[in-house]
Design a protein around this ligand. Structure first.
Ligand SMILES: Nc1ncnc2c1ncn2[C@@H]1O[C@H](COP(=O)(O)OP(=O)(O)OP(=O)(O)O)[C@@H](O)[C@H]1O
Length: 354
């Protein structure tokens, strides 16, 4: 790879950073310090120890892997790690690192102590991932220059850095990559009480008159997910300002969420479409996720990553070796009586935040 290629790779990776850049609003609502990060007490305690230990030693902390469903705070924690360390955070994503050269370009521009955040790290191209192994372990990379028999490998030193990887599919990570993370944390869905705190904090930032009963109502319908809580708060704020006096009470929240088809358990149109197809088209299952996805006109990945984690936690859907199955609670939520052979016990009936 010549200088020109390296330059091009860097631009591609940085462009991806710009594209990945968040909306201003998400930035404004994103907690900047660990003390502002609500919920996930175990993760916060463990991460605080890792960061304080590193600061005492004056060396970058071990690499960190954050996994869990979308919207639970992985990116927020990556940015918080940078803030707590007083380090710059370079942001990219697995899909943006199409070639080893793209990664080499980013690594060669890191300064000592920088944090490199790779979102969706499970989607990195294999050559880039293999280059990452050496960088994580020895802070160096071997850049292959030229092609075929004339190709030569140039060792390139990399400034000591901390990699923070985020993934919604921890199971897709290769062993060698996973083993190089010194600290891994799995983000759990949030308790409604935690989401009430998230909403109260966001309402203060957005200057929304959010009443406690309104916060409770929205929290109960936010699928255990802060991003969804913040999104519902903004929709309820619109309703409160346009059709009410601006105050977000329980009744205003209920009326607003009815307009946006978010039911009392937080299921939205797509969730109900998935459960409806499972019950009405496939007799409650078992049915494969691809077949189910076709029935609702979505990609299998969308059903699997966006809908199912919450439906499983809400005790509405069970993932069995023979396919997806609707639980009796799902039948009842759709206003139907479950078939006699479906009992609450043998369908993995879980509670929302067990
Ligand atoms: N613990 C928290 N306390 C307060 N706000 C939070 C918390 N976690 C997430 N949020 C809010 O939710 C939004 C989404 O969080 P974030 O982008 O960190 O999720 P994510 O897990 O990285 O999502 P994705 O996997 O889709 O990238 C953030 O803008 C932030 O405002």
């Amino acid at each position: 790879m010549n200088e020109h290629d390296l330059e091009g790779s860097l631009q591609r990776a940085l462009d991806a950073t710009v594209e990945d850049g968040e909306s201003d609003l998400e930035n404004r609502l994103r907690p900047a310090r660990l003390a502002e990060f609500i919920g996930q007490p175990r993760v916060r305690e463990q991460l605080d120890l890792v960061l304080q230990g590193a600061l005492r030693r004056g060396a970058p902390p071990d690499h960190v892997l954050l996994s869990g469903p979308p919207g639970l705070g992985k990116t927020s924690l990556a940015m918080i790690i940078g803030h707590e360390l007083g380090s710059a955070v370079r942001i990219t994503s697995g899909p943006a690192l199409e070639r080893a050269g793209d990664l080499a370009a980013m690594l060669s521009n890191l300064l000592e102590g920088d944090v490199l955040f790779i979102d969706e790290i499970h989607r990195m191209a294999r050559p880039a991932e293999e280059m990452l192994y050496l960088a994580m372990e020895d802070f160096r990379v071997d850049v292959v220059v030229g092609k075929g028999p004339g190709a030569t490998s140039i060792p390139l030193d990399v400034a000591p850095f901390t990699l923070v990887g985020a993934t919604t599919r921890a199971g897709s990570l290769t062993g060698p990559l996973r083993d190089r993370f010194g600290f891994t944390a799995h983000m759990e869905f949030y308790e409604p009480s935690d989401l009430e705190q998230v909403l109260t904090r966001s309402a203060r930032i957005l200057e929304v008159d959010l009443r406690p009963d309104g916060a409770r109502e929205i929290a109960g319908r936010s699928r255990g997910t802060p991003r969804i809580a913040n999104r519902l708060l903004r929709r309820v704020r619109d309703y409160a300002e346009v059709r009410a006096d601006g105050a977000v009470t329980r009744d205003v929240a209920r009326a607003a969420l009815a307009v946006y088809d978010v039911d009392e358990l937080g299921l939205d149109r797509l969730d109900r479409a998935v459960l409806g197809a499972l019950v009405r088209s496939f007799g409650g299952g078992p049915v494969g996720v691809s077949t189910l996805a076709v029935a609702v006109g979505e990609e299998p990945g969308t059903v699997e990553e966006v809908c199912e984690p919450y439906l499983v936690r809400a005790g509405m859907l069970a993932r069995t070796p023979r396919g997806r199955v609707a639980t009796p609670a799902a039948w009842r939520h759709l206003g139907q009586e479950p078939p006699a052979d479906r009992s609450d016990d043998d369908r993995g009936q879980g509670t929302l935040f067990a």
